[in-house]
Design a protein around this ligand. Structure first.
Ligand SMILES: Nc1ncnc2c1ncn2[C@@H]1O[C@H](COP(=O)(O)OP(=O)(O)OP(=O)(O)O)[C@@H](O)[C@H]1O
Ligand SMILES: Nc1ncnc2c1ncn2[C@@H]1O[C@H](COP(=O)(O)OP(=O)(O)OP(=O)(O)O)[C@@H](O)[C@H]1O
Ligand SMILES: [Mg+2]
Ligand SMILES: [Mg+2]
Lengths: 255, 255
């Protein structure tokens, strides 16, 4: 039974998409069968896996509104042996429709029911806001992975996010576990990054994953070629770090 | 009559808050009277200007819901001689209320009417999503300033944002002008940043501001002290760049 992992943080630009895409590719390299679901109208994860987001006839938007089954919108074997359900600007319109629907937060969970056993891991890339799209992901997920950029504003937002997670566990999804806080864009030479990293560990202890993703420009270059870091530059620090992350999660979450 | 400038981009982490806060402080250094409005539930701009966001009795949330006038929620002379209307997590609840209200996108514009003549510039920091909070800012604004991080995903999102701006100009605010696209976190040593910068200029020409904000760790350190870059390190590359930006906008927009 595949583990559903939501990659979320309402702080923008902390590495959610970069983590979702490259962790998916790393899991695939380690022999796992992976589905990536893009829940962000920006469609960054879709594009990063080499899919032309604006040419898709079916996206996660159609699935959430019940226009088609998840299988119909799934692009098998996109880049890096990862199956993808894409997103594009249409998804912005889902917010109002989902808000007005009483079961609006449970659409994704329902859509995933029949496909969970086809995959080892289902990763969900979330937009930078605690809206109906992110709530759908948190309601459907077994685990939550929170990328935290090693900078001040990102650190500031983690406590508020942990409060939201508690509300979700009480009202929407009691089975939601925190798979971990992931330090991203960490630059060892930079005092700020080291201070923030130390502060995270002292506040959140074991909830902070051991793997640290370093700042590595190859990670920022790869998406412009529609490739994961594993395909773009498998020897880079970024690729090594995401493989280490995949192994850490396989060990800890028995994937 | 003060110019209202919205700082917006649905891409997360591109430097919206850093730009709004430090441009406000730079304008104040140049003798302008400035009001900063934080429209992001994260409250990063509020905190960056030294205000304890969770101790505020009145915030922009109360103003938007008509509970008080803008003046009542204004903290005069916070850091750097900038007046602030703060935000905190309460603001998340405004989205549903504003969506259900027919005049939901015009609340901020209405609230600003009486105070515009008190200031030379009113800056609005927007959240990383095209929701009712951002639409309120775009409806109330005279000009839009779009920070664009010199990386691939940020470049990808600009065209979609320009489409949204056209829709806003046609339906909500015909007077909204584009004050410019601002290149942020630019690192001259990095090919990706130079490629993205060149691509922006070739696509958008004169819409791209001449001032480029360099990547400068002092900008990321300043908010943890609740200070703008002008107070934290006035000689840093970041401070110099934001002063240059203020001067460029004063010249071009006759502020
Ligand atoms: N470890 C890293 N080293 C260098 N650059 C990185 C790293 N991780 C991400 N980036 C770059 O930083 C920017 C922000 O990352 P990304 O878009 O993945 O964040 P996000 O949290 O998904 O953003 P949003 O909030 O808009 O969804 C991107 O340009 C990305 O390429
Ligand atoms: N020019 C710069 N040089 C170095 N760091 C920067 C620069 N501009 C912003 N930063 C840092 O990058 C991170 C993202 O910037 P910021 O929070 O201002 O972006 P934002 O667009 O407001 O994010 P959000 O989408 O969450 O509102 C912050 O940690 C900030 O301190
Ligand atoms: Mg993203
Ligand atoms: Mg911000």
């Amino acid at each position: 039974m595949g583990r559903v992992i939501a990659v979320a943080n309402q702080k923008g630009g902390v590495g959610k998409t970069t983590t979702a895409v490259n962790l998916a590719a790393a899991f695939a390299r380690l022999g796992k069968k992976i589905l990536m679901i893009d829940m962000d109208p920006q469609g960054n994860a879709t594009v990063a896996l080499g899919v032309e987001k604006d040419e898709l006839s079916l996206t996660i938007y159609d699935v959430l509104l019940g226009e088609c089954k998840l299988n119909a919108a799934t692009i098998d074997e996109a880049q890096s042996a990862v199956a993808v359900v894409g997103a594009n600007g249409d998804l912005t319109a889902a917010e109002v429709t989902l808000t007005e629907d009483e079961a609006g937060t449970l659409k994704l969970k329902k859509a995933l029911k029949k496909v969970r056993k086809k995959y080892d891991v289902i990763l969900i890339d979330c937009p930078p806001t605690l809206n109906m799209l992110t709530l759908n992901a948190l309601a459907a997920a077994d685990g939550l992975l929170v990328p935290v950029q090693c900078e001040y504003f990102a650190l500031e937002g983690v406590a508020a996010l942990m409060d939201t997670v508690e509300v979700v566990q009480e009202n929407l999804n009691p089975d939601l576990a925190l798979d971990g806080l992931l330090r991203t864009m960490h630059d060892r030479r930079n005092n700020l990054a080291n201070d923030v990293s130390n502060e995270l560990v002292s506040h959140f202890g074991m909830k902070v994953l051991q793997t640290i993703i370093p700042r590595n420009v190859r990670l920022a270059e790869a998406p412009s070629y529609g490739e994961s870091i594993l395909d773009y530059d498998a020897k880079s620090n970024g690729a090594v770090a995401y493989l280490a992350l995949a192994n850490e999660l396989i060990r800890k979450r028995k994937i």
